[in-house]
Design a protein around this ligand. Sequence first.
Ligand SMILES: [Zn+2]
Length: 434
Amino acid sequence: MAKRTHRPLDTDRTGLLGLDELYVLNGRGDRNNFFAWQHEHELNCCPLCGGKAIKIQDHFAKTYLDYIVDSGHPRVIRLTHEFFKYRCLNEKCRHIFSKEIGFASKFDNVTYRLENEIARKVIEGYSYSLVQGLFQDTISRQAVGQIFHRWTQRKESARAIQDPPSSLAILTGHAGENRYTLFLNLDDGIRVFDVLLGVDSADIGSVIQKLVPGVGTVITDCDPTINDAVANYLPSALHIIPVELWLRPATELYQEFAHIKIKWCPVARKDSLIMIPRSRINRDEYDLERLLAARPEVKPAYEDYSRLRGLIERRGELWVYAELKEWADSVCDDTNAFLAPSLYLLKEYRSEIEAQTQHRKAVPARLAEYVSELEDLLSQAKTFSEDILKARVLYAVDTDLQDWRGVPIQNVIQALQDMGLATKRKRREPNEYQ
Ligand SMILES: [Zn+2]
């Protein structure tokens, strides 16, 4: 058993460190170098065999980078943890061990709270090199990347599904150049359940396979990769494609169409103008008239689009696939040519789109709006990778990882809005990280 030696405590720096399990030694180190012991650092038995016969093998020290807040200013310090290594005297055991610690993993050289702070900064849109700068180059850019990767992997492996969703949505999204696949749990509101970088059938299959046979209803957009995966892995689930989700790619195409057709027309905000449904145009009437007068060939296409928006807007009524079909059959040649891929999908997924009429309650209100909002927010950030995508969408909000049911999409949207992803500059915020 160790003899209790007197180690004087530095009250100020122990307070500054603020870790319950540690105290800082007086007379050693400086404001950036802390030497610390655990308050309860002694052990009295072997953790492997439980034997009481143990002896101190050696006195060890390990230095971690740590993160503290000093009079409101966050900064990085070096924290050297001193401890004993013990040896079990049981002949059959001979285990060498030390006391468990709670502030870091023994295998890493940064504390959990520094990892959390680095992860928070990356999630908020800081690039790895920007984080390196924020911490006065005490950590290299590569190390920031590694720490962040480790942080995400730890969350990923802790995530355990006890109760798979019975109602699931699998949707695509765009963030800048990147596409992603979003999985939503629709059992209790709309919860973000998982997210993958890219739209890949094998990856989608591996997520779905963990959930089969729990899934009774699946909602998708018109992406063929996703729909093939649903046909393969969830053949008996009720499959619905809400019309709003068909409208999303159709709208993108139409935007392209509008842009090409009115490129040289001298009217301000013309792209957006032509995308506003007629029912809402009111005060923009004059600009729209000017635009259509300058490009009369756009008028029939504008009418087509406005009629389509009108159909979708009247969702309160029980409208059916037939109305969309009727609209599709009556569009002008230009619209027909430009929207050909979307019109094809409308026919291709007829039964899935019709299913919405009989199962309206299966599709949550505002599903498409929330999904678009999330997509807009994710598109604002300059930094992007699968780790970052997962961290932003799944781990920006604290949730029970052991009983994983996803994060309410409103909370994710709120968290991303609060971050201001688009506003990160290569300039230090005043009073930060001095
Ligand atoms: Zn032992």
